[in-house]
Design a protein around this ligand. Structure first.
Ligand SMILES: [Zn+2]
Length: 279
């Protein structure tokens, strides 16, 4: 006889709860688990904390323009490597990787389309292509788009999302600020309407050129908009920066932008403005 009897366990049957894959997602901002479908139908904004996630260039085109009206311009304009630049990696390798990842040839998609039947030139930047940085190609595409809108007397809309000028092209990148601003000055003199739509983040040379030159400037809530980063400014002026510095709400209070709109209200406002300013 065994001193201790063999304990008897019966298997506890656990009913498996089937969670459909892709049904839930974790918001990186509020850390709550949220309904992925509600997130998508709210155009990539968190249904709980309303944090606005980045959209791709093509998602912006789909959101703002009349269905199937977009005709892309300069799709095959490819970046070069004028300085033979290498940091941790070759610039040409970065370009190739960015294209593989995003299926884009550069950090902006430009073209002509319609908003409520009115002619519009739209440029949409994509942060996932080398941080939405502005090199020669981004500057050239913005300039050509502006000139086309000037010739055809159309409204111009640019959605910005950028880490600034592309350091791998050095001065060639910085020159794009002057070039895009020059084209926009002519556009402005012709009395045409340019709408700048600033998303998170819009910084550096893009803020210092076409992002700040809109006749109307709309920003998304909580978007980081500025030139140099807050840490650099703090170290330079040796002062603590105010709460909410460089966020769209702060910029609205200080007269740098015209309005802040949640993403779901942007298409209707764009339609209203385009209709009002179209000839
Ligand atoms: Zn959230």
């Amino acid at each position: 006889m065994a001193l201790f009897g063999k304990p008897k366990y019966s298997a506890i049957k656990v009913k498996k709860v089937q969670i459909p894959t892709g049904r839930w997602m974790k918001c990186t901002n509020c850390r709550e688990t949220v309904d992925a479908k509600a997130f998508e139908t709210a155009f990539k904004t968190c249904p709980r904390c309303k944090f606005h996630y980045r959209m791709t260039a093509w998602e912006w085109i789909g959101l703002l323009l009349d269905k199937d009206s977009f005709v892309e311009m300069d799709r095959d304009m490819l970046p070069t490597d004028p300085l033979g630049f290498t940091d941790f990696r070759k610039y040409t390798d970065r370009q190739r990787e960015a294209t593989q990842k995003t299926k884009l040839n550069e950090a902006i998609v430009t073209g002509m389309g319609n908003v409520t039947g009115h002619c519009v030139g739209l440029g949409a930047m994509d942060f996932s292509y080398i941080g939405g940085s502005m090199g020669s190609v981004v500057g050239e595409k913005v300039t050509r788009l502006t000139e086309r809108c000037l010739d055809e007397r159309c409204v111009l809309i640019i959605v910005t999302s950028s880490g600034g000028a592309r350091m791998m092209e050095s001065t060639y990148s910085l020159m794009q600020m002057a070039k895009t601003s020059g084209a926009l000055a002519k556009f402005h003199q012709a009395g045409l309407f340019y709408l700048a739509l600033l998303t998170n983040p819009t910084t550096g040379g893009v803020t210092a050129s076409f992002a700040s030159l809109g006749d109307v400037i709309i920003a998304e809530p909580g978007a980081l908009i500025g030139f140099a980063g807050p840490r650099v400014i703090e170290q330079t002026i040796r002062q603590e920066l105010p709460q909410g510095f460089q966020r769209s709400e702060f910029l609205l209070d200080h007269g740098m932008i015209d309005m802040i709109l949640p993403r779901k209200e942007i298409p209707a406002k764009v339609q209203e403005l385009v209709t009002f300013f179209s000839e």
